[in-house]
Design a protein around this ligand. Structure first.
Ligand code: PRX
Length: 671
């Protein structure tokens, strides 16, 4: 089904009545203020937080997005000092929320659950911060985190912020190679992990992966001197059908320490390190089109304001609500909308360790019912997977607590949107299709609940302080209806500040293509009502189940195999994953293309990048469509992958005959 700009759903009046922003006029007035008078708009919000050294309103926001005028930079609240953990914990406790539950933790197995209050969280954070200090972690040092969805992951992140250390989480589905690459890039000396975690009935031996990556780091000349390990497996119930586990995490003397042996004895008092608003808060690696991951750097003051404000308005979070975001903590959604945004609002959230399919395919809905979740935030790929099980399975649980439903990570197709709206939202909930990126820190284009008339598949309108612009191929701004490159001419507080240790690449990637603008890498369409529809990446990136990766990174893995001489990877639409990887390979003269080679290549990608990057199709290509200067024409490969014979102009190809050959050699299963 193609998105229709005619299909519109009005917010439910009962829900709209109680929302922070109650109508479009109020949204417009607030939006205008955020654009015309950012220091007043954000300054009023900043007043809710604690600043050790107060904000200098003459120095509220400075930036340069035009490299022709000098280096690119963005600064918000420069000169003010604060501490994020202080704002998320101590401040909330002072405001009377000490006994309030910060997180309900739900384990992979329904028999495992616990909760933690704001006061308890502060004590644990301080304890762990003191442990980090005892391992000589200082302000500005990077700490690598490779953890499952457990409370210690949050505690570790906040403990870093307590002492001014910079956390760098790596999604615990990445391979040892990928993890090692990220650790060496940011030179982290300290690592925090868990022995293992259950995903359904599958045990993921995290410590083994960490050991492997520490070995790789060592070979590259970088030493991790401390690895702290949560004994999580030991406290987890065995999943149904598993009678026992034969795994003991290997521990190396003097380098590896069990969390439970060193943390409980540490002092629960740790004064916060006062940080400059523009001091680094965290690094998060995201795929880059050259194949080498980029260490996106977010700073303290602006990120705090932006995470807090987007969370409050987009999810319309009210005291007493129970909020649940299913994203893994290792992605930006997990950072901003599992940890920082909710805690900045003294929210109570659910954190869930497992999968939507264990012990049954209605686990998500059981959790919604169990905790009476009011806001539920997930990814289109999860919705599409759950749709497969039909509507009856959803009806078994009481979902009437739900008020707001969120979607993130990729464009949501109208079928999935409508299913979500009807079956999960009972045609009452507002759906917020939040468009944003690791780089943007928080939502930038999104409907507001209770306000925006919803169009399935449209990210809709800019959030406060955000000014989206569409450009044509010549860099000219498109007014009114039209489709083009999605760019932004001014910063909002949560935008990334640089790429770790690589400001040149930051300027090159985001600011060179269109001077004067931050370029998102996405295309978008503006309809006749002014709604924005994000159409997807316009660069060499793929989005598989909401995981962004570059074609180059997969290609370089494929060509590592001795049988492969050349590889070109493109995205192919996939009914569940959104997109999947379609790989064209040319093989060496003496090599044989058979099942074994395909299995080996898939395995290699799993090992080098992670299981989520496994290719769906490997096409034995006798040649690749190239221009005379040797550039691979991916546009043509995408058409071939989709079996679309409407190829367009191929006059620039060095050998136009290759197109026919590639259609003829397509693997049978994919025709
Ligand atoms: O292409 C856009 C897509 O995901 C990209 C960002 O990926 P990442 O940095 O991993 O962050 C994902 C979580 C914020 C974007 O460049 N994307 C994300 N959300 C949407 C989306 N595309 C369309 N609609 C969305 N709601």
């Amino acid at each position: 089904m193609m998105p229709s700009q005619k299909l519109v759903f009005l917010p439910d009046p009962d829900i709209a009545r109680s929302c922070y922003v109650s109508d479009n006029a109020q949204y417009k007035q607030m939006y205008q203020k955020s654009i015309e008078n950012p220091s007043e708009f954000w300054g009023e919000i900043a007043d809710n937080f604690y600043w050790k050294r107060p904000i200098d309103f003459d120095n509220f926001n400075r930036f340069n997005f035009d490299f022709r005028k000098g280096p690119i930079f963005t600064k918000w609240l420069d000169g003010a000092t604060t501490n994020i953990s202080y704002n998320l914990l101590d401040r909330n406790i002072r405001n009377g929320n000490g006994k309030k539950i910060a997180f309900f933790w739900e384990g992979n197995d329904p028999r495992n659950s616990k909760h933690i209050t704001y006061a308890e969280l502060l004590s644990e954070v301080c304890r762990f911060a003191n442990v980090l200090k005892s391992r000589n972690v200082q302000k500005g040092d990077r700490v690598a985190i490779y953890m499952p969805m457990i409370l210690e992951a949050v505690i570790t992140m906040l403990a870093c912020t307590r002492i001014g250390a910079v956390h760098s989480l790596v999604f615990a589905g990445f391979s040892a190679d990928s993890f090692a690459e990220r650790i060496t890039d940011c030179q982290a000396r300290v690592m925090v992990t868990a022995d293992a975690t259950w995903r359904g009935q599958k045990l993921i031996k995290l410590k083994n992966i960490c050991d492997e990556s520490m070995d790789i780091c060592q070979k590259k000349g970088h030493t991790v001197d401390t690895c702290i390990v949560v004994a999580h497996m030991q406290r987890s119930e065995l999943p149904t059908g598993v009678s026992r586990v034969q795994y003991t995490a290997p521990m190396l003397n003097c380098r590896d320490f069990w969390w439970h042996e060193i943390v409980p004895g540490a002092s629960a008092n740790c004064p916060p390190e006062w940080m400059q608003a523009e001091d680094p808060l965290f690094l998060l690696y995201t795929s880059g089109s050259t194949g080498k991951p980029k260490g996106v750097l977010h700073t303290t003051g602006g990120y705090l304001l932006y995470a807090a404000t987007t969370f409050k308005f987009v999810f319309d979070y009210k005291p007493g609500d129970i909020y649940w975001c299913t994203a893994d903590i290792g992605w930006i959604t997990g950072h901003t909308y599992v940890v920082y945004g909710p805690l900045a609002n003294a929210a109570t959230s659910v954190i869930y360790e497992g999968t939507p399919f264990y012990p049954t395919n209605s686990r998500y809905w059981e959790i919604v019912e169990k905790y009476k979740v009011n806001q539920f935030y997930t990814a289109p790929t999860a919705i599409r997977t759950l749709m497969k099980f039909g509507e009856d399975i959803v009806k078994k649980n009481n979902l009437t607590s739900l008020r707001i439903l969120g979607s993130v990570g990729e464009p949501i197709n109208p079928e999935a949107w409508l299913w979500y709206y009807k079956n999960i939202g009972r045609e009452k909930c507002s759906i917020v299709d939040t468009y944003w990126q690791t780089e943007t820190g928080g939502h930038i284009i999104t409907p507001l609940p209770g306000v925006t008339a919803m169009k399935p598949g449209a990210a809709s309108s800019p959030f406060f302080g955000v000014q989206p612009i569409l450009l044509d191929d010549n860099g000219k701004e498109i007014e009114g209806e039209g489709e083009g490159y999605l760019v932004f001419s001014r910063p909002w507080p949560g935008i990334m500040r640089t790429l770790f240790n690589n400001h040149d690449r930051y300027e090159e990637t985001y600011f060179k293509k269109f001077p004067g603008y931050y370029f998102s890498g996405d295309g978008a369409r503006r309809d006749s009502d002014g709604y924005l529809w994000v159409t997807g990446r316009v660069d060499d990136m793929l989005n598989v189940s909401g995981h962004l990766m570059s074609t180059a990174e997969v290609e370089s893995v494929l060509t590592e195999h001795s049988s492969v001489t050349e590889a070109a990877v493109v995205a192919k639409p996939h009914p569940i994953k959104g997109e999947c990887l379609y790989c064209f390979i040319t093989i060496a003269e003496n090599a044989v293309f058979n099942d074994q080679l395909q299995t080996e290549l898939k395995q290699l990608v799993r090992e080098r990048i992670g299981p989520f990057a496994q290719p769906d199709v490997i096409h034995n290509a006798p040649g690749l469509p190239k221009t005379r200067s040797g550039k691979i024409m991916r546009r043509i490969l995408r058409k071939i992958a989709q079996d679309d014979h409407d190829i367009g102009d191929i006059s620039t190809l060095a050998d136009s005959g290759i197109v026919d050959v590639l259609f003829k050699t397509k693997p049978n299963t994919q025709r």
